[in-house]
Write a protein that binds this ligand. Structure first.
Ligand code: NAD
Ligand code: LMR
Length: 342
């Protein structure tokens, strides 16, 4: 029921946590790239979570002020700042969830793959530090191209001997958030009720919304399916163009990432009913990584949901086959990059 909502009720006067009347879970979250366009609003949303006791903010610059600012909010978590490679290890010690939005964003005319050369190295370096300092943490990779950065992270973790495929996630929540919004608008549905699974990957045609599996059940004309699918696939570019050189989605991304963090924390806390779409190691198709709905639990992914890929519409079946070559190439590019590194 908390899905998608991060606003909490104010504590009633007689519910003081000092008297142990309020359930107070305490998880430690780190954001790597915390001073950036996504990092800052994401830090704010996570600062609002009652499940978080420590919020560690890391960046190569400008993170001191962000942390000082946030630390004045009267919510439970303690905010600490860490600047530069020498402080990265300390930032990660004992952390339960690491979120990685570090890296450069697109400008108009670029594809996500155009970010590969810069972001691949950033993700590699950061995940090496995660492997050394908090190998048990859930890792949420936001940095693009997600279709390649997640395979890079997996290879790095393998090289370090600490890879747990159940705890490595490419964050595709924004695709679901967008699909839910656009479908609710088009079909005049109550926003809170709408849930559209989005599978495949996180770039162009690899983003495949399963409109036929929309909840509540709703029917679309062929034209609506085509329009909605294309809008969801191009939504990132829609924002890149609107920002006209000033970056890509940051606020909606922070919202989506905060939802995925909150879901992960609820799963860690023992909630047995947590499902999210994510780009993960997968055996649902012939591709080694694939985004789909997964059930989250204390140890990460508790179950895949193979039935989501059954009974697809003809349009979805075709789109699924069509996305595979591009997604496969992006995955292989990431793996090759990580394997050729010394
Ligand atoms: P931004 O430039 O505003 O912020 C990036 C931050 O990363 C900056 O503060 C920068 O200092 C920091 N950084 C750079 N190198 C670093 C390093 N080695 N270690 C730690 N921090 C480092 O960019 P943004 O708008 O926040 O976007 C960040 C990334 O997220 C981009 O790659 C973008 O494409 C991606 N993104 C992904 C999704 C998604 O759905 N998965 C959505 C939006 C954006
Ligand atoms: C998005 O989907 O908004 C992000 O992947 C950023 C981008 O480059 O579009």
């Amino acid at each position: 029921a908390l899905r998608g909502s991060f606003a909490r009720k104010a504590q009633k006067p007689n519910q003081s946590s000092h008297h142990g009347l309020q359930l107070q879970a305490s998880y430690k979250v780190a954001i790597l790239g915390a001073a950036g366009g996504i990092g800052q609003p994401l830090a704010l949303l996570i600062k609002m979570s009652p499940l978080v006791s420590a919020l560690n903010l890391y960046d190569i610059a400008n993170v001191k002020g962000v942390a000082a600012d946030l630390s004045h909010c009267n919510t439970p978590s303690q905010v600490l700042d860490f600047t530069g490679a020498s402080e990265l290890g300390n930032c990660l010690k004992g952390v339960n969830v690491v979120v990685i939005p570090a890296g450069v964003p697109r400008k108009p005319g670029m594809t996500r793959d155009d970010l590969f050369n810069i972001n691949a190295n950033i993700v590699k370096t950061l995940v090496e530090a995660v492997a050394d300092n908090c190998p048990d943490a859930f890792i949420h990779v936001i940095s693009n191209p997600v279709n390649s950065t997640v395979p890079i992270a997996a290879e790095v973790l393998k090289q370090k001997g600490v890879y747990d495929p159940k705890k490595l996630f490419g964050v595709t929540t924004l695709d679901v958030v967008r699909a839910n919004t656009f479908v609710a608008e088009k079909k005049n549905l109550k926003l809170i009720d709408v849930d559209v699974p989005v599978i495949g990957g996180h770039a162009g045609i690899t983003i495949l919304p399963l409109l036929s599996k929309t909840k509540p059940s709703v029917s679309f004309s062929d034209e609506e399916v085509e329009q909605l699918t294309i809008r969801i696939q191009n939504a990132g570019t829609e924002v890149v163009e609107a920002k006209a050189g000033a970056g890509s989605a940051t606020l909606s991304m922070a919202y989506a990432a905060a939802r995925f963090v909150e879901s992960s924390l609820r799963a860690l806390d023992g909630d047995g009913d947590v499902y999210e779409c994510s780009f993960v190691q997968s055996d649902l198709t012939d591709l080694p990584f694939f985004a789909s709905r997964v059930k989250l639990g204390r140890r990460g992914i508790e179950a895949m949901i193979p039935s989501d890929l059954q009974g697809l519409s003809e349009y979805e079946e075709k789109a699924l086959e069509a996305l595979k070559p591009e997604l496969k190439a992006s995955i292989e590019k990431g793996i090759a990059f990580a394997q050729k590194q010394p």
